[in-house]
Design a protein around this ligand. Structure first.
Ligand code: 5AD
Ligand code: SF4
Length: 467
């Protein structure tokens, strides 16, 4: 597929940095520190983009606020993956009318995947007149310029041009702290699964250069980050557009060679592009976490074909088998869509049988949601909502049983965990496979790797005692 990547020139980004300086000076002259609230919907890619938005806001002199109340700038980073996500955004944007009335100088921006859809931008323009600015994912790096425009003119701005896709290095980042970090290694998606809006709103696949990624990871390790997740819509096709002869497995291996004690993870993988080389690379490095999120979506070949997934149930199962043959403790998770247009009960039952066969550690399950402009949205969809809900419940019940059984098998074992937070009386930690463990201990253990004996479990988490 043709890839048109627009590399944002350093001069352009320098210009944005200068604008940040101007905004900072504006607030310094006003004699107070402005506050910003950034609210994120959706996936980790959006969380990672929000870190950039916060970074740009911090460079403009803003302090981060915990709520929208009284904030000088509000940014909602939106998600378009399912209708429910969009409805939540519309509801919350609507409620901001009142917040803004209490704080008339407030500027409200919307960005993220919803803003990659013309019909949404149109609706915001016409029906949500308290929104001051909109930018789509390609325009994110221009946020300082958009903010300055809105602050200095009090006019609205809509930066929703459909560029083929941009890649910008050197945008400031403000991470929320802690021991974990996400690193975007590529943007966009070329797969056009027939139900999915992502390729339309995030553009074609474009990979960051390996040296830029390595430099970012080195910086994170120097700051004490111990758990790094490489992010992309389909990390398995990393590097194809660069032509450097570096594929995703090579990138992983290179990062895993960096000195220090850390776990390296990644998401999301498309099964059609997951290679034996990738599994072998994971198996060979103690720093690459033995965790694989491998969305299957359906266990039925006809449905997989209609979804344009380009693998069969058998091919998927043999991939899983190979992964487990080289990593017997591999923690496997997946995404499943229930009620794809035209799915029959028997086809749904193929998905049920697949999850019984694979025995995933955990699943993310979704009822199909039509997305305007995608091929699936115009396919006949005879199954009723009640039928789909019933299938969904059967799937969740089966998976909960499996997750509970797998968690039960941890009891009595000692596992290595990374302590990442405090929750009430307990510390929270993650195993190498990403399972949540709670156990007693002091807050200054956060950031430590330690051994914990597992003493209890439920469907979603484990409890233990430090060794
Ligand atoms: N309806 C329901 N679920 C969807 N997903 C993507 N698009 C849709 C849709 N239109 C799910 C897929 C994907 C996950 C991120 O969201 O399972 O892997
Ligand atoms: Fe959507 Fe498929 Fe791309 Fe994932 S691989 S983002 S499901 S089109």
């Amino acid at each position: 597929m043709e890839t048109k990547t627009t590399v944002i020139a350093p001069e352009e980004l320098n210009k944005q940095a200068e604008i940040c300086g101007e905004i900072r000076a504006h607030w310094a002259a006003a004699g107070r520190t402005p506050r910003a609230f950034v609210d994120t919907y959706g996936c980790q890619q959006n969380e990672a983009d929000s870190e950039k938005i916060r970074g740009m806001l911090a460079a403009c002199g803003y302090e981060m606020a915990e709520t929208e109340e009284g904030a000088d700038v509000i940014v909602l980073n939106t998600c378009a993956i399912r209708e429910h996500a969009e409805q939540r955004v519309y509801g919350n944007v609507g409620a901001l009318v009142h917040t803004k009335r209490r704080h008339p100088g407030q500027k409200i921006f919307l960005c993220g995947c919803m803003m990659g859809q013309d019909h949404v931008v149109q609706k915001i323009r016409e029906s949500y007149r308290h929104v001051d600015g909109v930018f789509n994912p390609h325009q994110l790096w221009r946020f300082p310029e958009l903010l300055k425009y809105v602050l200095s003119t009090n006019k609205r701005i809509f930066a929703a041009e459909d560029s083929a896709g941009s890649i910008a290095e050197g945008i400031p980042l403000l991470r929320q702290g802690g021991v974990k970090a996400w690193v975007s290694i590529m943007y966009g998606c070329n797969n056009f699964c027939s139900y999915c809006i992502v390729p339309y709103v995030r553009g074609r696949e474009r990979s960051r250069r390996p040296e830029d990624i390595l430099a970012e990871v080195r910086g994170l390790l120097d700051q004490g980050i111990r758990d790094i997740t490489l992010l992309g819509q389909n990390v398995n096709s990393y590097g194809k557009d660069l032509g450097l002869g570096v594929d995703f497995a090579d990138l992983l291996a290179e990062i895993a060679r960096l000195p220090g004690d850390f776990w390296l993870r990644f998401m999301t993988s498309h099964p059609k592009d997951a290679t034996k080389k990738l599994f072998d690379t994971m198996a060979a490095s103690p720093k690459i976490a033995k965790q694989f999120h491998l969305p299957v979506q359906s266990g039925n070949d006809r449905v997989l074909k209609e979804m344009n997934r380009r693998y069969t149930r058998e091919q998927y199962l043999s991939l899983v088998e190979y992964g487990r043959s080289v990593m017997p403790d591999l923690v496997l998770t997946s995404d499943i869509i229930v009620g794809f247009p035209g799915e029959t009960e028997a086809e749904f039952e193929d998905t049920l049988s697949l999850i019984e066969q694979v025995r995933y550690d955990a699943l993310f399950t979704f009822i199909y949601s039509p997305r305007k402009g995608t091929p699936a949205a115009s396919m006949p969809d005879p199954a009723t909502r009640q039928e789909k809900n019933a299938w969904f419940d059967r799937l969740v019940t089966a998976q909960n049983r499996i997750s509970e059984e797998i968690h039960r098998s941890y009891v009595g074992k000692t596992v290595r965990v990374l302590v990442d937070g405090v929750e009430g009386e307990s510390l929270t930690a993650r195993t190498e496979g990403g399972r949540l463990v709670r156990f007693p201990g002091p807050a200054d253990w956060i950031g430590r790797f330690m051994d914990v004996e597992i003493t209890g479990h439920n469907t979603w988490s484990l409890t233990g005692q430090p060794k």
